[in-house]
Design a protein around this ligand. Structure first.
Ligand code: CTP
Length: 405
């Protein structure tokens, strides 16, 4: 999944021949799952029509501070547009627009939005050979970079004037690749490896029967998706579930039993920075697994059970630098039991579910959790979607690394 998926992009188009390429650019953004709004300078409309860009972006195109032909003119709120955006891209950025960006000469909607933007601003210059090399252009680049804007360098090739050299706006595919690489490199969990367990485990009784539980795996999958979104390398060890990960970068290891989950976790634990145990692991398994299907020949039947290995406990016992997160599902004396689990399993954070809370638990879309950290700081959270709970858990992980970097 592209890092642009779900991102709100404000595209500012200024008046150069390269403006025609913004049609492809908008298409690529939409294909990557981004939301796009376009601001055009008056001059840019000679090179590409607002109708083209509004059709492709699926949004009205903004150009003037208000619509002059409309007697009920509505003010175009440039501040709102700028604050809406996760990133602003000015492409093509002409010499004129670059110069206005450096001086703050605010005579059009694009510059007004630029001056109001709090998000990262990228600019992709486009101009002719000598203009691109002119000291005034170079000094605009320098000033804009000092302001924190990010230059997407022009490419070399044939120019509209017939000259050949540097100055062509970067090709739309290359602009998208530039943005993806830049945004990925800034993700808060870039370079971190995270191991996550999810789902139930099935403990075989005979070839056709097992002991399982109602866990859907949703909480663990949501954590894995969120971690990947934040740039982490994710290994998801999952018991039987019908769920699919949203991000193909996630390495999924399918397991069935608690022992298989234990083995998979121990294979990877040494190389990870974080482990989050969201699986509902069976605590007991049949001591002997029948090799043939058990027939109903007797009126009473019992199965001898033995304890499975506690995966989280075993990881806590060998942990070095890893940030270790566990879940606790409790019905009574919740906080005290959760604190005991933190100590017993050597955890940095526990996510406590109380079955007394409505909306929490198995097969639900929502969860109501309380965080307790290694210092026993207690933080009750609101009832939220499991996706939001996953985001909160990863928020704690990000905080841990920012405090310990
Ligand atoms: N867990 C695990 N391996 C097990 C059992 C549990 O890794 N064999 C993990 C779960 O993924 C969860 C945490 O341990 O993160 C808490 O599990 P829970 O069943 O609530 O607690 P237990 O420690 O098993 O204690 P009890 O059942 O007595 O409450």
């Amino acid at each position: 999944m592209s890092v642009l998926n779900g991102k709100k992009i404000l595209l500012g188009v200024s008046g150069g021949i390269a403006a025609y390429k913004t049609a492809s650019l908008v298409r690529l953004f939409i294909k990557a799952g981004a939301h796009v709004q376009v601001i055009m300078t008056p001059a840019s409309k000679d090179f590409v029509t607002p109708l083209t860009l509004s059709t492709l972006s699926k949004n009205p195109v903004h150009s003037n501070f208000f619509n002059e032909e409309d007697t009920d003119a509505v003010w175009n709120n440039h501040v709102e547009l700028a604050l809406w955006a996760d990133l602003m891209l000015i492409a093509p950025a002409t010499a004129n627009t670059l110069s206005k960006m450096t001086t703050g000469n605010c005579d059009n909607l694009l510059i007004a939005a630029y001056l109001s933007a709090k998000c990262p601003v990228y600019f992709a210059p486009a101009m002719d050979l000598d203009m691109y090399k002119h000291p005034s252009t170079l000094s605009s680049f320098k000033a804009l970079k000092q302001f924190g804007n990010i230059l997407i360098p022009a490419e070399s090739g044939e120019l509209a004037s017939g000259l050949s050299g540097e100055g062509r706006m970067a090709e739309p595919e290359n602009i998208v690749a530039f943005l993806e690489a830049d945004l990925s490199s800034k993700l808060p969990l870039k370079g971190k490896k995270i191991l996550i367990t999810a789902g139930p485990t099935y403990e075989a009784i005979d070839p056709v029967r097992f002991i399982g539980n109602h866990s859907s795996g949703k909480m663990g999958f949501d954590i894995a998706n969120e971690a990947a979104k934040l740039g982490a390398d994710v290994i998801l060890v999952s018991g039987p579930t019908h769920l699919k990960v949203k991000n193909s970068s996630i390495e999924v290891i399918d397991v069935v039993s608690a022992q298989e989950m234990f083995d998979a976790c121990h294979l990877h634990f040494k190389n990870v920075d974080v482990a989050i145990a969201a699986a509902a692991v069976a605590d007991y398994r049949p001591k002997n697994v029948a090799t043939q299907k058990i027939k109903k020949t007797v009126s009473e039947f019992s199965i001898e059970l033995e304890k499975t290995k506690d995966i989280l406990f075993s990881l806590g016992a060998i942990k070095e630098k890893q940030f270790l997160v566990g879940f606790a599902l409790e019905t009574d004396n919740e906080i005290e039991n959760a604190k005991l689990k933190i100590q017993k399993k050597n955890l940095d954070l526990i996510v406590l579910n109380s079955l007394q809370d409505e909306g929490a638990g198995f097969k639900k879309e929502t969860n109501k959790v309380t965080f307790i950290d290694g210092n026993f700081k207690i933080e009750p959270m609101e009832l939220k979607s499991k996706e939001s709970v996953a985001a909160d858990i990863l928020g704690k992980v990000v905080l841990h690394f920012s405090e310990n970097s």
